[in-house]
Structure formats: C-alpha cells, structure tokens
Design a protein around this ligand. Sequence first.
Ligand code: FES
Length: 119
Amino acid sequence: VQPGQTKKVKWRGKPIFIRHRTDAEIQAAREVETATLPDPEDDAARVQEGKEKWLVMIGVCTHLGCIPLVDAGEHEGGYFCPCHGSHYDTSGRIRKGPAPKNLEVPEYAFLSDTKIKIG
Ligand code: FES
C-alpha cells in the first residue's frame, strides 16, 4: 500500500479502510484544534504510536451506515459519504454533515511492519 493509497478489506462483513497516510495528511489531521470538532478526538488517539502513517477504520458512515468514498469530500485525502453529505478528514473524523461520530477505529495490532490483525 503506497503513501496516499487505501486498501479495502472485509472484516466481519464490514468494510475496513487501511490507509497509508502521506506526511501532508498526517499534518492536516494534527493541525486541527480538536476541541472544535463535532466528535473531538485527537489524531494521535486514532492511530498507534510510531505507526501514525497507518489509519485503520471501519468504512461505515456513522449517520445511517453508507460506505463513504475514499479521497473525496472537502478534505484532501479524506472521506465523503454522498448519501446525505458527511465529510470526514484525513483522520476519519466527522467535520461537516449529519454524521454524529468519527469513523470507528477497530481494535487491531501490528504483527509485523507489513501485517496487521484486526479484532
Ligand atoms: Fe452517510 Fe447519511 S449515511 S451521510
């Protein structure tokens, strides 16, 4: 998975987005004042320490469950749910639209530099 690419896999019937974030995407996620977000969460709390370039999320919109588009919406390298217009940033946090929560980060662990185990 190259920088700026997202791999999609299925886990327990749900889509999982595994994003190799670019430095610019990480920077954009960290520049935001967390307290101003609809669902305030630091980018650092959504990734693993030392593995900040990897963003692993359940690709299900927290509004009514559509699958958001990758690399779409108002945030470059972010996610957009066209069903009712929810924009998520490069950390998968809701920034605009009806979705109440950030895209969910599942439990996962790195088994090696190139392999993760979800759940
Ligand atoms: Fe995503 Fe409504 S289901 S915005």
